[in-house]
Design a protein. Sequence first.
Lengths: 272, 186
Amino acid sequence: MTSLHSPDDVSRRAFLEAVAKTGGQSFLFGSLFVNTALLRLPQVEAGAKARAESETGKGVIYGFVVDTTKCIGCGSCVRACRAENGVPEGYNRTWVEQYTFYRDGEVFVNSPNGGEDGFAEQLPTRNRPSGDEAPMRGFFVPKLCNHCIDTPCIQVCPVGASFKTDEGVVLVDHERCVGCGYCVQACPFGSRYLNPETGTADKCTWCHHRVVKGLLPACVVSCPAEARIFGNVSDPDSKISRILATNRVQVLKSFLGTRPRTRYIGLDSEVI
Amino acid sequence: MRHAGHFVRLLALVAIAVVGFLYVRSLVVPKDFGVKGHYRLSAIEDEAKREARHIGSDACAECHDDIGAAWKAGKHHTPQCENCHGPGLMHTKVVAEEPTTGYPDPILKFNNAIKRPTGIMECKWCHLKTFERPSTLKSISSVREHVESHHGTYTTETLCIDCHNPHTTVVTLPKLAASSKAPVAK
């Protein structure tokens, strides 16, 4: 190959050939790396990251665990959240979903008014078109903001009004928010809403205003079944750390790779 | 350099635009924006400044010590005071602003600042039978059936607290006292 370092000898043809060769080689090598990165599936990626991530000793980092096996669907958390944060009627920062499974494979998901008024007794048939088959199994799943590590909602904010604190809490700056609603659409969990009273985006803050005062979030305090656990995951002796160490936990929509900080115990594969 | 003047004028315009942009930017962007990330640092303090409206059952028990002690000793100590009575912040504020002594009608004023439970709706939140609830939780399908199964008389006015004390879960059954068949079950 003609040396490129002696410009006097380089013909146009030789130069172009050299460029094509080196360029092609680097492209091939580069694409090899890209391909291996692509081969790592999002689920595997998220799982590996979650495992590799030891947050011990990094200062205070908050986490939240929802034990779906303990939830009795009373809706105390929903009412406490509304009262504590002044959430307007028709909007929810947290809500409870009722899942009922039937033997024919049909799944019934219900959340009347977010579960705020509790769940009424319903007949086993539940107006199902296929008839009077009794339910096979069922449970309640409380939902709230997942305070993701890789949040889609912060990324889309055009004015820097959505942000994550050092403690891992995703908050909204109500002075900067222009109410465009991008974040409401970006959140794959439906955790955000546009507050009609303030005109700004609003969401669960893990009761940041209570936590800084040394209190627990309102939903955690009000839960009579201890289905909600909040605490410092960085402290290995905290209650949440012990629960995370002794339970099998899952996150919602792990395939999206948002790496939620809200983990679920006993999460069924049908829960979306 | 015949055309130097053109460059000077162009550079001057660019300089004015840059300075103007920086000036407007300094006015619009808050001082603490971007200190730790693409956000206003004091927004965290703004959020933290909000008052905690739920004061906690221990705070309630500071004054209502008799109910607090009974509640803590009883089986019903997992639901907190504020689950049924609503957040207590306003109630404590009224107490702090208006001392009990010398106030014309303190009871009325305190009561206005706290929710009075209906005595049936709150119970149903947990104790109405649904398929998804764990079977270990005591629950009933219908208040009428429950009352009649205990030989009581059901009316539309019947409340759970007529027989059950929600603070202690002790069953008093006042309406059934006349009946000798009344089961005094817990």
